[in-house]
Design a protein around this ligand. Structure first.
Ligand code: GLA
Length: 403
C-alpha cells in the first residue's frame, strides 16, 4: 500500500502535479542550526550535546523543535552508487544514528544541501541527484531540508526549488523545505508554493548595525537585514515565512542588543532558529531564548508579520496584530543612552492597513503586559511611562477589554 502511494506521488510530481507538504510550519519554525557558530566543524558528539541541551535547558519545552546540521556533514565524494554519505570521521556511526538520537528526545532533525553541483563549502550538491538525495534523507528520517544556492550557474531558481520540492514530496515523508537563495530572485513572490520558509537576505553576522563585505557578497547585521526586508510582509503567513536568518543571540552582542534582535525576529514572524553554542550559553542568553511571552508573539496563530509603526528620533516602534484583537508592540531605543518614554496612546493610532486591524481605543481598554519584566503595566487609558536603556527594547502585549 505504502509502495503504491509512493508510486502515485512520484508519478504525480513527474507529470507536473508536484506540491509541497501542507500543514507543517503553520507557525514560524523554531530550532537550532550549526552554521553561525561551528561552520563545517560539526560531528556526532556535537549533535548529541545540542539535543541534550534542548531538553536540559528547557528549549524543547519553550517550543524549539528542529536541530539542523548545516554545511559540512558530508564526505567529499558520493559513494559508488552516487549516494550521499556522512563524513565517516565526523559521523563514525552514520547519519541515521544521530537522527535517531535526536528523535529519541522528541525533537526533529534537519539537514543541509545545495541546488548547485557543490555546496557553498565545496561538498557534493544535489544538482541532478535531487530524487536520489531526497530518498536518502527520508530513509534517515530527516524532517527539514535547508536548500542553498551556491554553484548554480545557469539554473533557474524557481525551477530548481520546484524540482527539490517535488523530490521531497515524492518520498511521502513530511519534510519542511527551507529555501535559502538569499533573496536574490525574490523568493517571497514564488516561495509559498515551493516551501515553508525562504531566506530574504545574504548571511547574518553578529552585530547591531554593520555590513561586512566579502567581495561578491556581504554579511549583514541585525538592522541592515530588518531594514532591507521590512516591506515584504504581505508574503508571510501560516505555512510560508520570510526567514530573516539564523539568530545571533548569544554570539557577542550585548544582552540588550540580543533582546532587540530576538524581539524583532519574534515580531517579524521569522523562523526562530538559534545559532549559538547552547552548551556554553550564559543564563541571560537562555532567558532571552526561552522567554515564552515573546515566543508566543512569534507563534501567534494569525502569522501576521509586524510593521514599522514609527521611527522618529531615537525610538522605533514595531506593531504586530495578534489573534483575538490583541497586539504586540516593541519600543526599541536605537540610541546608546537611556530614553524616557511618556506615550499617549490616543495620539498615536495603531493601524495596520494590510490586515485591516487597529487598536480600537474608542471601544476597548487594553491591558498592557511587559514581556521581558513579566509584569502588568496598567492600561491604555494612561500614558505609557518607561525608561528604556540604550539599544534595548520594551516589548508589550496589549489585550482588549470592552469599555
Ligand atoms: C550560505 C548560507 C549559510 C550557510 C552557508 C554554508 O552562505 O547562506 O546560511 O548555510 O552557505 O556553507
Amino acid at each position: 500500500m505504502k509502495k503504491i502511494a509512493t508510486l502515485l506521488l512520484v508519478l504525480s510530481s513527474l507529470i507536473g502535479w508536484g506540491q509541497k507538504v501542507q500543514n507543517i510550519a503553520l507557525t514560524p519554525p523554531m530550532g537550532w542550526n550549526s552554521w553561525n557558530t561551528f561552520g563545517t566543524e560539526i560531528n556526532e558528539q556535537l549533535v548529541m550535546d545540542m539535543a541534550d541541551a534542548f531538553v536540559d535547558l528547557g528549549l524543547r519545552d519553550a517550543g524549539y523543535e528542529y536541530l539542523v546540521l548545516d554545511d559540512g556533514w558530508m564526505a567529499k565524494e558520493r559513494d559508488e552508487d552516487n549516494n550521499l554519505v556522512a563524513d565517516p570521521n565526523k559521523f563514525p556511526n552514520g547519519m541515521k544514528k544521530v537522527v535517531d538520537y535526536v528523535h529519541a528526545r522528541r525533537l526533529k532533525f534537519g539537514i543541509y544541501n545545495c541546488a548547485g553541483n557543490k555546496t557553498c563549502a565545496g561538498y557534493p550538491g544535489s544538482r541532478s541527484f535531487e530524487y536520489q538525495d531526497a530518498k536518502r534523507y527520508a530513509q534517515w528520517g530527516v524532517d527539514f531540508l535547508k536548500y542553498d544556492w551556491c554553484n548554480t550557474e545557469n539554473l533557474n531558481a524557481k525551477g530548481a526549488y520546484e524540482t527539490m520540492r517535488d523530490a521531497l514530496y515524492a518520498t511521502g515523508r513530511p519534510i519542511l523545505f527551507s529555501i535559502c537563495e538569499w533573496g536574490d530572485h525574490e523568493p517571497w513572490k514564488w516561495g509559498e508554493e515551493m516551501g515553508h520558509m525562504w531566506r530574504v537576505t545574504g548571511d547574518i553576522i553578529n552585530c547591531w548595525d554593520c555590513t561586512v563585505g566579502h567581495g561578491t557578497w556581504s554579511s549583514l547585521g541585525v538592522w541592515p537585514i530588518v531594514k532591507l526586508r521590512k516591506d515584504i510582509r504581505q508574503y508571510a503567513g501560516p505555512g510560508h515565512w520570510n526567514d530573516f536568518d539564523m539568530m545571533e543571540v548569544g554570539n557577542g552582542m550585548s544582552a540588550a542588543e540580543d533582546r532587540v534582535h530576538f524581539s524583532l525576529w519574534a515580531m517579524l514572524a521569522s523562523p526562530l532558529i538559534m545559532g549559538n553554542d547552547l552548551r556554553s550559553a550564559a543564563q541571560e542568553t537562555i532567558e532571552i531564548l526561552t522567554n515564552e511571552e515573546v515566543i508566543a508573539v512569534n507563534q501567534d496563530s494569525l502569522g501576521i508579520q509586524a510593521y514599522c509603526h514609527s521611527d522618529e528620533g531615537d525610538m522605533e516602534i514595531w506593531a504586530k496584530p495578534l489573534a483575538n484583537g490583541e497586539w504586540a508592540l516593541a519600543f526599541v531605543n536605537m540610541a546608546k543612552k537611556d530614553i524616557q518614554i511618556n506615550y499617549d496612546w490616543n495620539k498615536h493610532p495603531v493601524k495596520d492597513d494590510l490586515s485591516s486591524r487597529a487598536l480600537e481605543l474608542n471601544k476597548n481598554i487594553y491591558k498592557i503586559r511587559d514581556l521581558y519584566h513579566h509584569k502588568d503595566l496598567g492600561n491604555t487609558q494612561s500614558f505609557l511611562k518607561s525608561n528604556i536603556k540604550g539599544h534595548d527594547v520594551l516589548m508589550l502585549r496589549l489585550e482588549p477589554n470592552n469599555k
